[in-house]
Design a protein around this ligand. Structure first.
Ligand code: USQ
Length: 383
């Protein structure tokens, strides 16, 4: 298949490009380096420097003999998007090209506006380009489990049957996002659902939980092919942050009571899920939704796993409960369904002690790169 990866420079974007290229797909990776620019602007550089997308594609071609086409440009700009679709005519489009950080979206008015404009603008352009150039193509769009929030009922996989006053119908599961970033993903889903209804597009919306990990089958031990490992409060996800904190001897930053529970998955499983979605497309006129995670953990569970791994590896790990800078439930019911991707063939990689220790060992290689003042700055949700 011809697969267009939008946001191909990102934490999941580049590993996806390698994965699908290794699987024999013809891959084009596109990015405007927005994340790199924002990381620099707010002084949140990743744990180690990552070569640019052209360079990574060269290293990949040298090591595997497979080519990933690279284009750099702004997907919020219609002329760039239309030229891409006209040139490449993808069978499948993977859309990761969004500002991905909840804390970034809560920094200030400008950051919130950038998140709104970029995320909605790119999704809109992709929909328009599909309709104009590739109406049979399949869009695999990265959403987030955070679209649902933490309701006091079981979370279904995208859709819910509701019986009301003797009649029943099927609706998108109610959404209640916890940050402005998450809200843009809710708006994306609504926009996609509208165009699926009226134009009969083919869409899979992946409700993904927080991802952890770095090495994949394709990167192996070659750190020139690794993704960004962010450990700062803005772009780092919680388990990656805790591992770096443990290695730095910085007390683990558990926000509030630490009962916040989410569905987590290893980067390798995020790739498996996306590959499965690409290779078994949604039907025309279908908005297919998968809840993309493997296991649920509370923040306290994750801190404990990192502490135990630290013990095994000779690190002294302290855990500290900080006043929560976010507005979120710290103790809550959480029971989301997640059978769709398992039914398609997902083989989960769970967070075993071995997986934990292997990830910690990679992090330990970069101990000297850690800058403690990047770890916590307390971006507040409330004004
Ligand atoms: N947390 C801490 N301490 C920290 C960092 C985070 O206690 O130092 C807590 C947060 O308050 C939250 C949980 O850990 O309750 C997860 O936080 P996170 O920063 O790992 O994840 P989040 O901000 O929700 O966003 C991440 C990705 C985002 C993706 C989302 C999936 O950055 O792109 O959409 O995970 S989900 O959380 O399911 O919405």
């Amino acid at each position: 298949m011809k697969v267009l990866i939008l946001g191909g420079d990102g934490y999941i974007g580049w590993p996806t490009a390698m994965k699908l290229s290794a699987a024999g797909h013809e891959v084009m990776a596109v990015d405007n380096y927005l994340r790199r620019r924002l990381m620099r602007e707010i002084d949140c550089e990743a744990l180690f420097e990552v070569p640019n997308l052209h360079e990574r594609a060269r290293v990949w071609e040298e090591s595997l003999g497979k080519r990933v086409e690279v284009r750099i440009g702004d997907l919020d700009d219609w002329s760039f998007v239309s030229s891409l679709f006209e040139e490449f005519k993808p069978d499948s489009i993977i859309h990761y090209a969004e500002q991905p950080s909840a804390p970034y979206s809560m920094l200030d008015r400008r950051a919130a506006r950038l998140t709104l404009d970029n995320n909605l603008g790119v999704t809109f352009n992709v929909i328009q380009a599909m309709a104009e150039y590739t109406p049979e193509a399949h869009l695999v769009k990265l959403g987030t489990m955070g679209e649902y929030g933490t309701p006091n009922i079981d979370i279904e996989e995208g859709w819910i049957e509701i019986e009301h006053k003797g009649r029943s119908d099927k609706f998108l599961f109610p959404r209640a996002a916890g940050s402005f970033y998450h809200t843009t993903k809710v708006l994306d889903t609504d926009m996609l659902w509208f165009y699926v209804r009226v134009w009969g597009l083919r869409v899979t919306d992946l409700m993904q939980g927080p991802v952890y990990g770095l090495a994949t089958e394709e990167s192996g031990e070659d750190d020139r092919l690794y993704s960004f490992l962010n450990y700062d409060e803005v772009f780092g996800t919680v388990l990656n942050r805790f591992m770096v904190q443990a290695v730095a001897g910085y007390p683990l930053t558990v926000y509030g009571r630490g009962g916040q529970t989410r569905g987590y998955l290893h980067l390798k499983d995020a790739l498996q899920c996306v590959q499965l979605a690409v290779e078994t497309p949604a039907d025309k006129g279908e908005l297919r939704v998968f809840n993309q995670f493997v296991e649920t953990f509370s923040v306290n569970d994750l801190a404990e796993r990192v502490r135990e791994s630290g013990d095994r590896l000779g690190l002294e790990v302290e855990v500290k409960n900080l006043p929560n800078p976010r507005k979120e439930a710290e103790e809550h019911y959480y029971n989301p369904a997640h059978t769709g991707l398992i039914d398609l063939g997902l083989q989960p990689n769970k967070l075993t002690d071995q997986v934990m220790d292997d990830m910690m060992k990679i992090t330990m290689r970069y101990r000297d790169h850690i800058s403690n003042d990047r770890i916590f700055r307390g971006v507040k949700w409330k004004k």
